[in-house]
Write a protein of this length. Structure first.
Length: 368
């Protein structure tokens, strides 16, 4: 035997595929991005084992905390395949903060999880820059996160994202759906596109139909198809928060996975039913394109995609017109899409326009 140790016999974390120095460099690079999201209650500094938030400094007296976490789904794969990493972080934040605002909660702070096989600091920094921008739009602080380099877990170039957000609402101001009543009007706020649900179907269509995503869309010669598909999810927080605090909104439904059919009933009490008229708004050209390309049944559209409506509000009938005008003035595209009636808890969407072929009404089966 010999005491000589060959270089090839020396093991290290780097040899196993994990570059600690690259991770440290990334944290240093994204520090200014996080600091730019500082808000009352959080200084948004990175590097500690956890992040502090001071609710009193944020102005709360008797708050309830509301927490949520989410991801972006296979829209991430679209971003990876087409080098569109700059805005996918906005989607991540949007999916979390839009879920908090439907409870009446103001998003306060956000943490992200970025996982990959081999860390590419250039790509990771672009992704985190998008997360910071989403936090800025939502008014919450990016106070921490985790970057995980896991060799063998992901294909080369692949990564995945998850987000976690905490918000607060003063006790008594939370939205639980208990104020919803028969006769309430349903207002819809326009989406910015597909948002972050239904992309497994979108990507399947793209592959089967041979779409050229780097060419102008068939329905829009001025814009590439990939630009339509990668458009980030709209964040509704700052628009809605003042009206929630003023007590002008009875309930909110974020239209994510499950579409209109399965999300609206989630905020309804037993004995109330949502009736939505799909003829009340013009289906976005992107949605019409997806439906035509896949010969997708209307019920499947309403269960898979947001169909151009990213958020649904239930409001008192005598408040609907004024609130619609105020939301429009605040920058939202608003349309009256239906009403609440007595009946079994659920949602029915009907319509006679081309995008909604004539058929019997369909009802949600997911009512929880």
């Amino acid at each position: 035997m010999t005491s000589e140790t060959h270089e090839n016999d020396r093991y290290s974390y780097a040899r196993a595929g994990v570059n600690i120095a690259a991770g440290n460099a990334l944290v240093k690079a994204i520090g200014p991005l996080a600091r730019a999201t500082a808000r009352p209650g959080a200084d948004a500094e990175l590097g500690g084992f956890g992040g502090f938030f001071d609710l009193r400094a944020a102005g709360y007296q008797d708050p309830l905390l509301v927490a949520g976490n989410d991801g972006v789904g296979t829209k991430v794969k679209l971003a990876i395949d087409h080098d569109r990493h700059d805005a996918i972080g906005i989607d991540l934040v949007a999916m979390c903060v839009n879920d908090l605002i439907v409870q009446g909660a103001e998003p306060l702070f956000f943490l992200d999880y970025f996982a990959t096989g081999k860390l590419d600091n250039g790509i990771a920094e672009r992704v985190v820059a998008g997360i910071a921008e989403g936090c800025r739009i939502a008014g919450c602080a990016l106070i921490g996160g985790e970057t995980a380099e896991m060799p063998g877990m992901y294909a080369p170039g692949d990564y995945d994202l998850a987000g976690f957000c905490v918000g607060a609402v003063e006790r008594g101001e939370q939205l639980t759906g208990d104020r919803v009543a028969a006769g309430d009007v349903l207002l819809g706020l326009a989406s910015s596109g597909v948002h972050s649900n239904g992309y497994s179907l979108v990507r399947r269509l793209a592959a089967d139909k041979g779409w050229k995503l780097d060419r102008p869309a068939l329905f829009d010669n001025e814009r590439l198809l990939i630009d339509h598909l990668i458009e980030p999810t709209r964040i509704y927080v700052k628009t809605l928060l003042p009206f929630i605090r003023a007590g002008r909104i009875h309930a909110l439904a974020h239209i994510t996975g499950g579409g209109l059919l399965e999300n609206v009933p989630r905020v309804l009490p037993a004995g109330l039913h949502a009736r939505i008229d799909a003829d009340a708004w013009e289906q976005p050209r992107l949605m019409a394109f997806l439906q035509a390309q896949g010969q997708i049944e209307p019920g499947e559209m309403a269960r898979t995609f947001n169909c151009g409506i990213g958020m649904v509000l239930a409001v008192a009938p005598d408040e609907a017109a004024a609130l619609s005008a105020d939301l429009t003035a605040a920058g939202e595209a608003v349309v009256t899409i239906g009403e609440i009636v007595a009946g079994p808890r659920g949602c029915t969407v009907t319509g006679s326009a081309e995008a909604w072929s004539a058929r019997e009404p369909w009802e949600a089966t997911h009512l929880a």
